[in-house]
Write a protein that binds this ligand. Structure first.
Ligand code: PMP
Length: 397
């Protein structure tokens, strides 16, 4: 048998490059792109929500009225009017955010990488939720942190645990709204307690919030940013409320950190595309999101209800799952002896896919967990897919 040489050029990669691993989810997505597959695996927003015509009109207007500016290089911290829009939209609950505190980034994923670059050294203690967003674990991992997994329960992260586990931590990465992957939400009391304890211990508190606006049932809960703008690093994104293809997000933080991130960003890509920033500003400046976001919420909330009802009907009582109040994900816990990676192998043969839970754990993986996304699958297909999964689980009990 011919053995492939994995490095035929014999080039020497950096130690950092040797640590790089492909995301488990991207590998699964390749399989699930086939049209016959009912995929609960993707973290992608529903294309049905993309405002194509509205964006087309905004592109047209920017290019015809300000084309020479839009096609030029721009400032590293971002397009001023859009930074101002972000600052104004976050100046609520008695706190004022200034545009100086806002850095526009090429997707909030870039913000995570820049934060890793300026806050994490090899061996630095980094606090994360159990489980946490895989893309953040991936971004931070490049800088060689020592991850500490903070205990969580149905209400998300448990702030009291930070006092014992958090000493000398470089940062705490939290997802208070409709967490990826669990769909859980942290209560106002926990948010306040977390803000207080991080301030006391001088730990920068990252609030990653791409799903906050997608609250189905009630008004969104207060942001930790507004509880303590001097202690919180807030990350927002246009991916889930407008479109992910424009790659536009923002980081809001005290200026001393924004300065460092801006320098790191200069080295990375000079700045985020001026054209897309101007187009997004044009698209949203007159209140478009106020009418657009409710349409996304309605679609996702109906599909979430369809999935919750199907889980109730088809899954055995030994399986538990979260009941999200917003966002895109449901987190399922199978009986302890079951391995969701094995379940996935069987499910794919029957054209159903999901993401096994293990990659979302920074330390000890719980391999009996899995993540289901309900946003890109219509209700009838949701029922069909969940029924297939339910049968496979029942057969393995
Ligand atoms: N944070 C979380 C929790 C996410 O789920 C995602 C996207 N899946 C991101 C950040 C990155 O989003 P983007 O780069 O598209 O803004």
């Amino acid at each position: 048998m011919k053995i492939e040489n994995p490095n035929p050029l014999q080039w020497h990669f950096s130690q950092r490059a040797q640590k790089l691993q492909g995301s488990a989810i991207r590998e699964i997505l390749k399989v699930t792109m086939r049209p016959e597959v009912i995929s609960f695996a993707g973290g992608l927003p529903s294309p049905a929500t993309f405002p194509v015509e509205h964006m087309k009109a905004a592109f047209d207007k920017v290019l015809s009225q300000q084309g020479k500016i839009a096609l030029q290089y721009g400032p590293t911290d971002g397009y001023g009017p859009l930074r101002e829009w972000v600052a104004n939209s976050l100046s609520v609950n008695g706190s004022t955010i200034s545009m100086d505190q806002v850095l526009m980034v090429s997707g909030s994923q870039q913000g995570l990488d820049l934060l890793g670059k300026v806050l994490i050294d090899e061996g630095s203690k980094v606090l994360v939720e159990t489980p946490s967003y895989l893309g953040a674990l991936q971004a931070f991992s490049l800088y060689g942190p020592d991850f500490v997994s903070l205990p969580t329960d149905e209400g998300g992260l448990i702030p009291a645990e930070v006092a014992t586990l958090g000493k000398d931590a470089r940062l705490l990465y939290s997802l208070p709204n409709f967490q990826n992957p669990t769909g859980r939400t942290m209560s106002v009391e926990r948010r306040q307690a977390l803000v207080d304890i991080c301030a006391q211990m001088h730990i920068p508190l990252i609030e990653d919030d791409p799903y906050g606006a997608l609250s189905y049932r009630s008004a969104p809960l207060p942001k930790m940013l507004n509880m303590n703008p001097d202690g919180v690093i807030y990350m927002g994104s246009f991916s889930k409320v407008l479109t992910p293809g424009i790659r536009l997000g923002y980081v809001v933080a005290p200026r001393i950190l924004i300065d460092k991130m801006e320098q790191a960003k200069q080295a990375t890509d000079l700045h985020t595309a001026q054209l897309t920033q101007m187009v997004v500003h044009e698209a949203i400046k007159d209140g478009f999101l106020d009418t657009h976001i409710p349409t996304i919420r309605k679609l996702y909330s109906d599909q979430c209800d369809a999935m919750l009802a199907a889980l109730e009907t088809y899954f055995p009582s030994s399986v538990t799952w979260t009941k999200p109040e917003g966002g895109m994900f449901i987190w399922v816990t199978l009986p302890a002896h079951m391995d969701s990676a094995k379940l996935l192998e069987q499910a794919i043969k029957q054209h159903v896919a999901f993401v096994p839970g293990a990659p979302f754990f920074a330390n000890t993986p719980q391999s009996n967990t899995l993540r289901l996304s309900f946003v890109t699958v219509p209700p009838a297909k949701i029922r069909e897919g969940v029924e297939i999964l339910g049968k496979l689980i029942n057969a393995s009990l």
